[in-house]
Design a protein around this ligand. Structure first.
Ligand code: GLA
Length: 641
């Protein structure tokens, strides 16, 4: 007998189906909540059984329901939808006023649906939660089939997700000049060199550079440095910036040798905002925004085109189709990129660098022409066009070689390395193969300057934090010239084009994103539409003390020092002998937490500086901090001696 019958009165209870409630309040890790359909829009199906009614969602998902005045019963059939892939495993939870009443355990693709039936008498709030089954959220298509609430009183309603208001922590830079950015730059002898002195402060500003090799020219008004890298050696350049308020100097070491990317590349990439909708105008306007919004003053430098600039094989589309290559084998751009050379020239004139994308397979992930069997031709074309960065994405290479065994995994990257070594240009080589074969262990050996350690990020807490917090242990493999890459930033307006939306990360989650990526020495590639940069996003991207952690010349990424419940502490040493410490709250509620000088190995007390607020906190043995849900703090600790 169903429990609700126990409450039976003269009247039968009313029924409200989960999928008929306001689904705008459903939070989920990927896609949208679907009424009577799976998250991919198919008939709901669990373990071979079809359901007419229910809600298709995706881990990690949370729905809070205000149960109204007289609830009776919640019931549902739960499981992984049959459309999910083999990695689809999830766990379902039902909480009554915060107390767990049902836990499905980890459920896998093909498992029969589990029945849930929970009496609700006296309960005010029902929480339906889907976890990721203990791994990443890939293919975690989760169904609440036949889910309903029986009630007598007022109608149960989903509860709005509380919205966190943006809060700005980064102080405005002083009006006096200040030179920012890395303390060390790498280049190879005789190669084209492009840089722009990153400096904040009132304009107009004038720049001088003592010790600048004679093969390089400094534009005194803009701080743009162009020319050829000199002979091997370390050149210490004393830069000075002067404006009406005063002058400031700083030294930067130009190390000319075999290595480039001595600090993690910082820039922008078209994928997370425009995806297939990218075109030359959008890339030009991104570059323009680097200057107009002042990103260049903080060291942002690379303007990178991702997928979708070449020809789509066999396409009848007049813009995207046509011959894939010139008669001599040179790769052709599609109609959206009429002149790569003019584009990179204009980027270089601004003191910025340009990036391009390809795959070792016959086509890119988006189905565009890529470099299989044309590695040398393509490397030459990119060098001729003036590109400074190549993201090389595995994609269709599985058609050539199975992604098995180190030999196969490394081959395409060794091949492209050999091709890049033949061209007369410094090109950052960014490996993208989603972490296969523990790429961090051999990415440097095959000549990568950085390598993606994971699958694609999206703008959800579960994706970003799942990737970010799983980087522990990789730090041993990174250092100047070769970096772990946990994928691009998802702050600002993102959306994989043409439709964009503001990131779904809360403000606190965005602080965690930038803090963690800075601690990890990750390449920082902004993924948003820069024409839509708002003050909050700009505050995230222009904190010079936070960026200095990412750009620290010692190049030792952070590791997880300790975990206590929802609190994690990550630390790293810095070149000046101090330490950076990030403290994170991964929990759903605000928390008080504490860190100590001993977390970074300092005995007794430490001088503490809050990097986001750019404020000295004093000398202390330990410090307590208030951390918002999914938020963090970033501190610099130095020895008092
Ligand atoms: C893969 C990569 C993404 C992006 C797309 C382009 O998914 O991981 O970063 O480059 O391909 O198609």
């Amino acid at each position: 007998m169903l429990p609700f019958l126990l409450f039976a009165s003269a009247q039968n209870p009313e029924m409200v189906r989960l999928e008929d409630m306001d689904l705008s309040n459903v939070r989920q890790g990927w896609g949208n909540p679907m009424k009577n359909k799976s998250v991919d829009g198919h008939q709901l199906k669990i373990g071979g059984a079809s359901f007419e009614h229910g809600l298709g969602t995706h881990a990690v998902s949370v729905i809070n329901i205000d149960l109204g005045s007289d609830p009776v019963l919640f019931r549902a059939m739960v499981g992984v939808d049959d459309e999910a892939g083999p990695q689809g495993d999830v766990d379902f939870h039902v909480l009554c006023d915060g107390v767990e009443k049902f836990n499905s355990g980890v459920m896998h693709l093909g498992d029969a649906a589990k029945a849930v039936s929970i009496g609700l008498k006296g309960v005010k709030k029902l929480t339906l939660r889907v976890g990721n089954g203990g791994d990443e959220i890939n293919y975690d298509h989760a169904d609440w089939a036949d889910a309903m609430i029986l009630h007598y009183g007022s109608q149960p309603k989903t509860m709005a997700i509380p919205v966190e208001k943006p809060y700005i922590l980064t102080p405005k830079p002083p009006r006096l000049p200040r030179i920012n950015g890395p303390e060390v730059l790498g280049a190879r002898p005789g190669r084209d060199f492009v840089w722009r002195v990153p400096a904040t402060g009132d304009r107009p500003m004038r720049f001088t550079a003592k010790g600048l090799p004679s093969s390089l020219r400094l534009d005194k008004e803009t701080g743009v440095v162009l020319g050829k890298a000199p002979r091997r050696g370390t050149y210490t350049i004393a830069l000075t910036a002067t404006n009406a308020k005063g002058r400031k100097s700083r030294k930067v070491d130009l190390v000319v040798g075999d290595k480039i990317a001595l600090t993690p590349p910082m820039g922008w990439n078209s994928w997370n905002c425009f995806a297939t909708a990218v075109d030359e105008a959008k890339v030009r306007s991104a570059a323009k925004m680097f200057v107009e919004k002042g990103l260049v003053d903080h060291g942002w430098q690379y303007v990178n085109i991702d997928d979708c600039w070449s020809i789509i094989p066999h396409s009848n589309d007049p813009v995207l189709g046509g011959p894939q290559r010139q008669p001599d084998g040179t790769i052709r751009t599609n109609g959206k990129f009429p002149s790569m050379k003019e584009l990179t020239d204009s980027i270089h004139k601004m003191g910025l660098r340009a990036g391009i994308y390809s795959s070792p397979g016959p086509t890119t992930c988006g189905g565009y022409t890529s470099s299989y069997k044309y590695e040398h031709k393509d490397a030459q074309a990119w060098a001729d066009w003036g590109f400074d960065y190549l993201k090389y994405d595995w994609c269709s290479y599985s058609e050539v070689l199975k992604p098995e065994g180190l030999g196969n995994l490394q081959k395409p990257y060794r091949d492209m390395r050999a091709a890049l070594d033949k061209v007369d240009r410094d090109i950052v080589f960014s490996l993208c193969q989603y972490g296969m074969g523990d790429v961090w262990k051999w990415g440097a050996e095959v000549g990568g300057n950085c390598w993606r350690t994971t699958g694609d990020i999206n703008d959800s807490w579960d994706s970003m934090s799942g990737i970010g917090f799983s980087q522990n242990g990789h730090e041993k493999f990174a250092g100047p010239g070769h970096w772990n890459d946990p994928d691009m930033l998802v702050v600002g307006w993102v959306g994989w084009g043409p439709q964009l939306h503001p990131t779904k990360l809360t403000p606190s989650e965005q602080y965690t994103h930038i803090t963690l990526w800075s601690l990890l020495s990750s390449p920082l590639l902004i993924g948003c539409d820069l024409t839509k940069l708002d003050d909050f996003t700009l505050n995230l991207l222009t904190n010079d003390e936070v960026l200095a952690v990412n750009q620290d010349r010692l190049g030792k990424p952070a590791h997880r020092e300790r975990v206590v419940g929802d609190i994690e502490v990550w630390t790293r040493p810095l070149a000046d002998g101090s330490y950076a410490l990030g403290i994170f709250n991964r929990g759903d509620g605000d928390l008080d937490a504490r860190f100590s000088a001993s977390d970074v190995g300092l005995k007794g007390s430490a001088r503490v500086r809050d990097l986001w607020r750019q404020k000295d906190m004093g000398v202390m043995t330990s410090m307590s901090v208030k951390l918002k849900s999914h938020g963090c703090g970033l501190f610099k600790l130095s020895s008092v001696r």
